[in-house]
Design a protein around this ligand. Structure first.
Ligand SMILES: NC(=O)C1=CN([C@@H]2O[C@H](COP(=O)(O)OP(=O)(O)OC[C@H]3O[C@@H](n4cnc5c(N)ncnc54)[C@H](O)[C@@H]3O)[C@@H](O)[C@H]2O)C=CC1
Ligand SMILES: O=C([O-])CC(=O)C(=O)O
Length: 398
Protein backbone atom coordinates (compact mmCIF):
# COMPACT_ATOMS: atom_id res chain seq x y z
CA UNK A 1 0.00 0.00 0.00
CA UNK A 2 2.72 2.41 1.09
CA UNK A 3 4.81 1.32 -1.89
CA UNK A 4 1.90 2.04 -4.29
CA UNK A 5 1.32 5.49 -2.72
CA UNK A 6 5.01 6.30 -2.98
CA UNK A 7 5.06 5.14 -6.60
CA UNK A 8 2.01 7.33 -7.36
CA UNK A 9 3.56 10.35 -5.67
CA UNK A 10 6.85 9.89 -7.57
CA UNK A 11 4.89 9.57 -10.82
CA UNK A 12 2.93 12.73 -9.96
CA UNK A 13 6.17 14.57 -9.22
CA UNK A 14 7.54 13.54 -12.62
CA UNK A 15 4.45 14.77 -14.40
CA UNK A 16 4.67 18.04 -12.43
CA UNK A 17 8.36 18.41 -13.30
CA UNK A 18 7.60 17.71 -16.94
CA UNK A 19 4.87 20.34 -16.93
CA UNK A 20 7.18 22.78 -15.23
CA UNK A 21 9.87 22.23 -17.83
CA UNK A 22 7.28 22.69 -20.55
CA UNK A 23 5.96 25.98 -19.21
CA UNK A 24 9.12 27.31 -17.59
CA UNK A 25 11.37 27.97 -20.57
CA UNK A 26 14.87 29.20 -20.06
CA UNK A 27 16.13 28.74 -23.59
CA UNK A 28 15.57 32.27 -24.77
CA UNK A 29 17.06 33.78 -27.89
CA UNK A 30 18.02 37.45 -27.58
CA UNK A 31 18.94 39.83 -30.41
CA UNK A 32 20.83 43.09 -29.86
CA UNK A 33 20.54 45.69 -32.64
CA UNK A 34 23.53 48.03 -32.48
CA UNK A 35 25.25 45.36 -30.39
CA UNK A 36 28.79 46.53 -31.03
CA UNK A 37 28.41 50.11 -29.79
CA UNK A 38 29.29 51.72 -26.47
CA UNK A 39 26.20 50.22 -24.81
CA UNK A 40 25.76 47.24 -27.12
CA UNK A 41 29.14 45.56 -26.49
CA UNK A 42 29.08 45.56 -22.65
CA UNK A 43 25.38 44.66 -22.77
CA UNK A 44 26.19 41.63 -24.94
CA UNK A 45 28.94 40.70 -22.49
CA UNK A 46 26.41 40.69 -19.62
CA UNK A 47 23.92 38.68 -21.70
CA UNK A 48 26.62 36.09 -22.50
CA UNK A 49 27.09 35.63 -18.75
CA UNK A 50 23.45 34.59 -18.24
CA UNK A 51 23.08 31.01 -19.55
CA UNK A 52 20.34 30.36 -17.00
CA UNK A 53 18.05 32.47 -19.17
CA UNK A 54 19.66 32.79 -22.59
CA UNK A 55 20.81 30.11 -25.00
CA UNK A 56 21.41 32.20 -28.14
CA UNK A 57 22.73 35.73 -28.49
CA UNK A 58 22.45 37.38 -31.91
CA UNK A 59 24.56 40.52 -32.30
CA UNK A 60 23.71 42.89 -35.16
CA UNK A 61 25.46 46.13 -36.05
CA UNK A 62 26.39 48.17 -39.11
CA UNK A 63 30.14 48.16 -38.58
CA UNK A 64 32.35 45.66 -40.35
CA UNK A 65 34.02 44.51 -37.12
CA UNK A 66 30.69 43.13 -35.83
CA UNK A 67 31.83 39.50 -36.44
CA UNK A 68 35.05 40.33 -34.57
CA UNK A 69 33.20 41.54 -31.47
CA UNK A 70 30.87 38.53 -31.63
CA UNK A 71 33.89 36.18 -31.98
CA UNK A 72 35.56 37.88 -29.01
CA UNK A 73 32.46 37.47 -26.80
CA UNK A 74 31.91 33.90 -28.04
CA UNK A 75 35.21 32.81 -26.43
CA UNK A 76 33.77 33.36 -22.92
CA UNK A 77 33.17 29.87 -21.55
CA UNK A 78 29.42 29.92 -20.98
CA UNK A 79 26.98 27.84 -23.06
CA UNK A 80 25.32 30.91 -24.68
CA UNK A 81 25.77 30.61 -28.46
CA UNK A 82 26.77 33.83 -30.23
CA UNK A 83 26.12 34.80 -33.85
CA UNK A 84 26.98 38.00 -35.76
CA UNK A 85 24.90 39.88 -38.31
CA UNK A 86 26.51 42.75 -40.19
CA UNK A 87 24.64 45.53 -41.98
CA UNK A 88 21.18 47.10 -42.01
CA UNK A 89 19.93 44.42 -44.39
CA UNK A 90 20.68 41.77 -41.72
CA UNK A 91 18.28 43.16 -39.08
CA UNK A 92 15.48 40.88 -40.22
CA UNK A 93 17.65 37.79 -40.17
CA UNK A 94 18.99 38.71 -36.73
CA UNK A 95 15.44 39.10 -35.41
CA UNK A 96 13.85 36.07 -37.00
CA UNK A 97 12.03 34.03 -34.36
CA UNK A 98 13.82 35.74 -31.48
CA UNK A 99 12.23 36.09 -28.02
CA UNK A 100 13.66 39.50 -27.13
CA UNK A 101 15.03 42.32 -29.29
CA UNK A 102 17.12 44.94 -27.45
CA UNK A 103 17.79 48.12 -29.45
CA UNK A 104 20.68 50.39 -28.49
CA UNK A 105 21.40 51.12 -32.20
CA UNK A 106 21.71 54.76 -33.22
CA UNK A 107 23.57 57.92 -32.38
CA UNK A 108 24.39 59.22 -28.87
CA UNK A 109 24.47 62.86 -27.68
CA UNK A 110 27.41 65.25 -27.78
CA UNK A 111 27.79 68.12 -25.27
CA UNK A 112 25.22 70.86 -25.89
CA UNK A 113 22.65 68.51 -27.43
CA UNK A 114 19.32 67.43 -25.94
CA UNK A 115 18.00 63.91 -26.38
CA UNK A 116 15.37 65.39 -28.70
CA UNK A 117 18.21 66.61 -30.97
CA UNK A 118 18.85 62.91 -31.75
CA UNK A 119 15.40 62.53 -33.32
CA UNK A 120 16.60 63.31 -36.86
CA UNK A 121 19.29 60.63 -36.71
CA UNK A 122 17.53 57.91 -34.73
CA UNK A 123 13.86 58.05 -35.76
CA UNK A 124 14.49 56.18 -39.00
CA UNK A 125 16.78 53.64 -37.28
CA UNK A 126 13.96 52.63 -34.92
CA UNK A 127 11.36 52.75 -37.71
CA UNK A 128 13.41 50.35 -39.86
CA UNK A 129 13.98 47.93 -36.99
CA UNK A 130 10.21 47.99 -36.31
CA UNK A 131 9.48 47.16 -39.96
CA UNK A 132 11.87 44.20 -39.72
CA UNK A 133 10.38 43.02 -36.40
CA UNK A 134 6.81 43.25 -37.70
CA UNK A 135 7.73 40.57 -40.17
CA UNK A 136 10.49 38.55 -38.49
CA UNK A 137 9.40 38.43 -34.82
CA UNK A 138 5.95 40.02 -34.33
CA UNK A 139 5.54 38.23 -30.97
CA UNK A 140 8.94 39.16 -29.53
CA UNK A 141 9.46 41.36 -26.49
CA UNK A 142 11.04 44.67 -27.53
CA UNK A 143 13.35 46.83 -25.37
CA UNK A 144 14.15 50.22 -26.88
CA UNK A 145 17.21 51.99 -25.45
CA UNK A 146 17.81 54.36 -28.40
CA UNK A 147 17.07 58.03 -27.67
CA UNK A 148 14.89 60.01 -27.65
CA UNK A 149 12.96 57.20 -25.92
CA UNK A 150 9.84 59.40 -25.49
CA UNK A 151 9.52 59.74 -29.29
CA UNK A 152 10.98 56.52 -30.70
CA UNK A 153 8.78 54.17 -28.64
CA UNK A 154 5.68 55.74 -30.32
CA UNK A 155 7.45 55.29 -33.68
CA UNK A 156 7.97 51.58 -33.02
CA UNK A 157 4.37 51.15 -31.83
CA UNK A 158 2.87 53.06 -34.76
CA UNK A 159 4.81 50.97 -37.30
CA UNK A 160 3.55 47.80 -35.59
CA UNK A 161 0.02 49.19 -35.56
CA UNK A 162 0.18 49.92 -39.29
CA UNK A 163 1.45 46.40 -39.88
CA UNK A 164 -1.46 45.01 -37.81
CA UNK A 165 1.01 43.51 -35.31
CA UNK A 166 0.84 45.92 -32.34
CA UNK A 167 0.95 44.34 -28.88
CA UNK A 168 1.58 47.20 -26.39
CA UNK A 169 2.23 44.70 -23.58
CA UNK A 170 5.48 43.70 -25.26
CA UNK A 171 7.06 47.02 -26.28
CA UNK A 172 9.16 48.81 -23.64
CA UNK A 173 11.12 52.07 -23.68
CA UNK A 174 13.99 51.53 -21.26
CA UNK A 175 14.07 54.06 -18.42
CA UNK A 176 15.78 51.67 -15.96
CA UNK A 177 18.88 53.86 -15.80
CA UNK A 178 16.78 56.53 -14.03
CA UNK A 179 15.90 53.99 -11.32
CA UNK A 180 19.49 52.77 -11.08
CA UNK A 181 20.75 56.34 -10.63
CA UNK A 182 18.02 57.15 -8.12
CA UNK A 183 19.02 54.15 -5.98
CA UNK A 184 22.69 55.15 -6.10
CA UNK A 185 22.18 58.86 -5.34
CA UNK A 186 19.79 58.24 -2.41
CA UNK A 187 22.02 55.50 -0.98
CA UNK A 188 25.13 57.69 -1.26
CA UNK A 189 23.37 60.52 0.56
CA UNK A 190 22.03 58.30 3.35
CA UNK A 191 24.97 55.91 3.70
CA UNK A 192 22.97 52.88 2.51
CA UNK A 193 23.84 49.94 0.25
CA UNK A 194 22.72 51.15 -3.26
CA UNK A 195 21.79 47.62 -4.32
CA UNK A 196 19.17 47.50 -1.53
CA UNK A 197 17.50 50.84 -2.32
CA UNK A 198 14.52 50.94 -4.72
CA UNK A 199 13.13 54.22 -6.08
CA UNK A 200 10.48 54.14 -8.84
CA UNK A 201 10.87 56.65 -11.66
CA UNK A 202 7.82 57.54 -13.74
CA UNK A 203 6.96 59.91 -16.61
CA UNK A 204 9.47 59.66 -19.43
CA UNK A 205 13.19 59.50 -20.11
CA UNK A 206 14.48 63.02 -20.78
CA UNK A 207 15.06 66.08 -18.59
CA UNK A 208 11.93 67.22 -16.76
CA UNK A 209 9.95 64.24 -18.02
CA UNK A 210 11.94 62.06 -15.58
CA UNK A 211 10.00 62.00 -12.28
CA UNK A 212 11.78 60.04 -9.52
CA UNK A 213 9.35 59.12 -6.74
CA UNK A 214 11.53 59.65 -3.68
CA UNK A 215 8.42 59.53 -1.46
CA UNK A 216 8.06 55.85 -2.46
CA UNK A 217 11.70 54.94 -1.76
CA UNK A 218 12.18 51.49 -0.21
CA UNK A 219 13.44 51.39 2.50
CA UNK A 220 11.73 54.64 3.48
CA UNK A 221 14.22 57.46 3.99
CA UNK A 222 13.73 60.81 5.59
CA UNK A 223 14.70 63.64 3.23
CA UNK A 224 14.45 67.42 3.70
CA UNK A 225 12.65 69.45 0.98
CA UNK A 226 16.08 70.75 -0.13
CA UNK A 227 17.49 67.22 -0.39
CA UNK A 228 14.45 66.12 -2.40
CA UNK A 229 14.83 69.05 -4.79
CA UNK A 230 18.57 68.53 -5.28
CA UNK A 231 18.25 64.76 -5.70
CA UNK A 232 15.45 65.19 -8.25
CA UNK A 233 17.47 67.69 -10.32
CA UNK A 234 20.56 65.46 -10.13
CA UNK A 235 18.61 62.43 -11.35
CA UNK A 236 17.01 64.43 -14.18
CA UNK A 237 20.38 65.89 -15.21
CA UNK A 238 22.50 62.75 -14.69
CA UNK A 239 22.62 61.82 -18.39
CA UNK A 240 23.62 65.36 -19.39
CA UNK A 241 26.35 65.38 -16.72
CA UNK A 242 27.82 62.17 -18.16
CA UNK A 243 27.70 63.64 -21.69
CA UNK A 244 29.53 66.76 -20.43
CA UNK A 245 32.13 64.74 -18.50
CA UNK A 246 32.83 62.53 -21.53
CA UNK A 247 33.69 65.72 -23.49
CA UNK A 248 32.36 64.54 -26.85
CA UNK A 249 33.11 60.82 -26.51
CA UNK A 250 29.44 59.87 -26.08
CA UNK A 251 26.94 59.39 -23.28
CA UNK A 252 26.30 56.83 -20.53
CA UNK A 253 27.30 53.38 -21.75
CA UNK A 254 28.43 51.10 -18.91
CA UNK A 255 25.71 52.01 -16.42
CA UNK A 256 23.22 51.78 -19.31
CA UNK A 257 24.49 48.32 -20.25
CA UNK A 258 23.93 47.28 -16.62
CA UNK A 259 20.45 48.86 -16.56
CA UNK A 260 19.54 47.29 -19.94
CA UNK A 261 20.70 43.87 -18.73
CA UNK A 262 18.75 44.23 -15.46
CA UNK A 263 15.54 45.01 -17.33
CA UNK A 264 16.09 42.23 -19.89
CA UNK A 265 16.81 39.62 -17.20
CA UNK A 266 13.74 40.62 -15.22
CA UNK A 267 11.59 40.46 -18.34
CA UNK A 268 12.92 36.99 -19.20
CA UNK A 269 12.54 35.78 -15.60
CA UNK A 270 8.89 36.89 -15.74
CA UNK A 271 8.51 35.17 -19.13
CA UNK A 272 9.97 32.05 -17.57
CA UNK A 273 7.23 32.10 -14.92
CA UNK A 274 8.78 33.91 -11.93
CA UNK A 275 6.17 35.99 -10.15
CA UNK A 276 6.10 39.40 -8.51
CA UNK A 277 8.64 41.04 -10.85
CA UNK A 278 8.10 44.79 -10.95
CA UNK A 279 9.97 47.32 -13.14
CA UNK A 280 9.23 50.78 -14.51
CA UNK A 281 9.28 51.31 -18.28
CA UNK A 282 7.91 53.71 -20.91
CA UNK A 283 4.99 52.03 -22.67
CA UNK A 284 1.79 52.71 -24.59
CA UNK A 285 -0.57 53.49 -21.74
CA UNK A 286 -3.19 56.20 -21.95
CA UNK A 287 -4.33 56.18 -18.33
CA UNK A 288 -2.34 59.25 -17.20
CA UNK A 289 -3.31 62.03 -19.62
CA UNK A 290 -0.81 61.09 -22.33
CA UNK A 291 -0.67 58.11 -24.68
CA UNK A 292 2.68 56.84 -23.37
CA UNK A 293 4.13 56.91 -19.88
CA UNK A 294 6.66 55.20 -17.69
CA UNK A 295 4.85 53.61 -14.75
CA UNK A 296 5.32 50.67 -12.38
CA UNK A 297 4.61 47.44 -14.23
CA UNK A 298 4.06 43.92 -13.01
CA UNK A 299 5.82 41.74 -15.58
CA UNK A 300 4.51 38.35 -16.63
CA UNK A 301 4.83 35.61 -19.24
CA UNK A 302 3.59 37.87 -22.02
CA UNK A 303 5.22 41.16 -21.09
CA UNK A 304 3.09 43.51 -19.02
CA UNK A 305 0.78 41.54 -16.77
CA UNK A 306 -0.62 44.57 -14.95
CA UNK A 307 -0.02 48.31 -14.89
CA UNK A 308 0.52 49.18 -11.22
CA UNK A 309 0.30 52.89 -12.02
CA UNK A 310 2.30 55.59 -10.29
CA UNK A 311 1.00 55.29 -6.72
CA UNK A 312 0.46 58.22 -4.37
CA UNK A 313 2.64 61.23 -5.20
CA UNK A 314 3.80 64.01 -2.87
CA UNK A 315 2.77 67.57 -3.84
CA UNK A 316 6.27 68.19 -5.23
CA UNK A 317 6.13 64.99 -7.32
CA UNK A 318 2.59 65.83 -8.49
CA UNK A 319 3.84 69.23 -9.77
CA UNK A 320 6.75 67.55 -11.57
CA UNK A 321 4.48 64.88 -13.01
CA UNK A 322 2.19 67.54 -14.53
CA UNK A 323 5.19 69.17 -16.26
CA UNK A 324 6.38 65.76 -17.41
CA UNK A 325 3.03 64.95 -19.05
CA UNK A 326 3.12 68.17 -21.09
CA UNK A 327 6.67 67.44 -22.31
CA UNK A 328 5.87 63.79 -23.11
CA UNK A 329 2.75 64.74 -25.14
CA UNK A 330 4.93 66.82 -27.47
CA UNK A 331 7.58 64.09 -27.77
CA UNK A 332 4.92 61.46 -28.54
CA UNK A 333 3.20 63.66 -31.16
CA UNK A 334 6.56 64.16 -32.90
CA UNK A 335 7.12 60.39 -33.13
CA UNK A 336 3.60 59.68 -34.34
CA UNK A 337 3.74 62.43 -36.97
CA UNK A 338 6.98 60.95 -38.30
CA UNK A 339 5.28 57.60 -38.94
CA UNK A 340 2.02 59.08 -40.20
CA UNK A 341 3.88 61.10 -42.83
CA UNK A 342 5.15 57.83 -44.32
CA UNK A 343 1.61 56.62 -45.05
CA UNK A 344 1.01 52.89 -45.31
CA UNK A 345 3.90 50.68 -44.37
CA UNK A 346 4.57 47.81 -46.68
CA UNK A 347 6.12 44.90 -44.81
CA UNK A 348 7.93 42.88 -47.47
CA UNK A 349 7.72 39.09 -47.19
CA UNK A 350 10.86 36.91 -47.46
CA UNK A 351 10.76 36.60 -51.23
CA UNK A 352 10.19 40.32 -51.75
CA UNK A 353 12.95 41.09 -49.26
CA UNK A 354 15.41 38.87 -51.16
CA UNK A 355 14.36 40.50 -54.43
CA UNK A 356 14.84 43.97 -52.86
CA UNK A 357 18.30 43.02 -51.64
CA UNK A 358 19.26 41.60 -55.05
CA UNK A 359 17.88 44.77 -56.69
CA UNK A 360 19.89 46.98 -54.29
CA UNK A 361 23.11 45.03 -55.04
CA UNK A 362 22.46 45.24 -58.79
CA UNK A 363 21.78 49.00 -58.45
CA UNK A 364 25.16 49.38 -56.70
CA UNK A 365 26.92 47.52 -59.53
CA UNK A 366 25.05 49.53 -62.16
CA UNK A 367 26.03 52.76 -60.42
CA UNK A 368 29.65 51.66 -60.22
CA UNK A 369 29.62 50.82 -63.95
CA UNK A 370 28.11 54.23 -64.70
CA UNK A 371 30.85 55.88 -62.66
CA UNK A 372 33.50 53.90 -64.54
CA UNK A 373 34.68 52.12 -61.37
CA UNK A 374 36.52 48.84 -61.60
CA UNK A 375 34.31 46.06 -60.29
CA UNK A 376 36.02 43.06 -58.82
CA UNK A 377 33.95 39.93 -58.49
CA UNK A 378 36.08 37.31 -56.78
CA UNK A 379 35.31 33.69 -57.57
CA UNK A 380 35.63 30.88 -55.03
CA UNK A 381 39.29 30.18 -55.88
CA UNK A 382 40.22 33.81 -55.48
CA UNK A 383 38.40 33.83 -52.13
CA UNK A 384 40.29 30.73 -50.98
CA UNK A 385 43.60 32.42 -51.90
CA UNK A 386 42.61 35.53 -49.93
CA UNK A 387 41.69 33.37 -46.92
CA UNK A 388 45.07 31.55 -47.20
CA UNK A 389 46.90 34.90 -47.26
CA UNK A 390 44.98 36.06 -44.19
CA UNK A 391 45.90 32.83 -42.38
CA UNK A 392 49.58 33.25 -43.30
CA UNK A 393 49.46 36.85 -42.06
CA UNK A 394 47.89 35.66 -38.79
CA UNK A 395 50.63 33.00 -38.35
CA UNK A 396 53.32 35.66 -38.89
CA UNK A 397 51.64 37.99 -36.39
CA UNK A 398 51.52 35.22 -33.76
N1 LIG B 1 17.49 54.74 -22.67
C1 LIG B 1 18.53 55.20 -21.99
O1 LIG B 1 18.48 55.33 -20.75
C2 LIG B 1 19.82 55.52 -22.68
C3 LIG B 1 19.85 55.60 -24.05
N2 LIG B 1 21.01 55.87 -24.70
C4 LIG B 1 20.97 55.92 -26.17
O2 LIG B 1 21.45 54.69 -26.71
C5 LIG B 1 21.90 54.90 -28.06
C6 LIG B 1 23.23 54.23 -28.28
O3 LIG B 1 24.22 54.81 -27.49
P1 LIG B 1 25.75 54.28 -27.55
O4 LIG B 1 25.78 52.81 -27.54
O5 LIG B 1 26.51 55.04 -26.53
O6 LIG B 1 26.16 54.79 -29.01
P2 LIG B 1 27.36 54.23 -29.94
O7 LIG B 1 27.54 55.19 -31.04
O8 LIG B 1 28.54 53.90 -29.08
O9 LIG B 1 26.77 52.86 -30.49
C7 LIG B 1 25.66 52.83 -31.30
C8 LIG B 1 25.80 51.64 -32.22
O10 LIG B 1 24.64 51.59 -33.04
C9 LIG B 1 25.04 51.22 -34.34
N3 LIG B 1 24.03 51.66 -35.29
C10 LIG B 1 23.79 52.90 -35.77
N4 LIG B 1 22.76 52.85 -36.64
C11 LIG B 1 22.35 51.57 -36.68
C12 LIG B 1 21.34 50.88 -37.42
N5 LIG B 1 20.57 51.50 -38.30
N6 LIG B 1 21.22 49.54 -37.23
C13 LIG B 1 22.03 48.88 -36.38
N7 LIG B 1 23.01 49.48 -35.67
C14 LIG B 1 23.15 50.81 -35.83
C15 LIG B 1 26.39 51.91 -34.53
O11 LIG B 1 27.15 51.30 -35.55
C16 LIG B 1 27.02 51.74 -33.15
O12 LIG B 1 27.80 50.56 -33.07
C17 LIG B 1 21.93 56.42 -28.23
O13 LIG B 1 20.80 56.83 -28.96
C18 LIG B 1 21.87 56.96 -26.80
O14 LIG B 1 21.33 58.24 -26.73
C19 LIG B 1 22.19 56.04 -24.02
C20 LIG B 1 22.21 55.96 -22.64
C21 LIG B 1 21.02 55.74 -21.86
O1 LIG C 1 21.80 61.43 -21.64
C1 LIG C 1 21.92 60.75 -22.68
O2 LIG C 1 22.04 61.22 -23.81
C2 LIG C 1 21.87 59.27 -22.54
C3 LIG C 1 20.81 58.90 -21.60
O3 LIG C 1 19.65 58.79 -21.97
C4 LIG C 1 21.14 58.85 -20.18
O4 LIG C 1 22.31 58.81 -19.80
O5 LIG C 1 20.19 58.81 -19.39
Amino acid sequence: MLGRLLHRSIKAKHIFARNLSLTHRNDFKVTVIGGVGGIGAPLCLLLKLQPDLITELYIQDLVKWTPGVALDISHINTPVKVKAFTGADQVREACRGTDLVIIPGGVPRKPGMTRDDLFGANASVVRDVAVACADACPDALINIITNPVNSVVPIFCEVMRKAGKLNPAKIFGISTLDLVRSSTFVANLKGLDPSKVVVPSVGGHSGISIVPLLSQCQPQVSLTPDEIKTLTTNIQQAGTNVVKAKVGAGSAQLAMAFAGARFAFNLLRAKKGESNIIECAFTLNNSHGTKYISSRLLLGKNGIEKDLGIGKLSDFEQENFKKAIEAIKKNVAKGEQFVNKIGDIDIPNDEEQNDNEKKKKQEKVDLAVLNGEKIQISNDNEKKNIDKNVLNEEKRAD
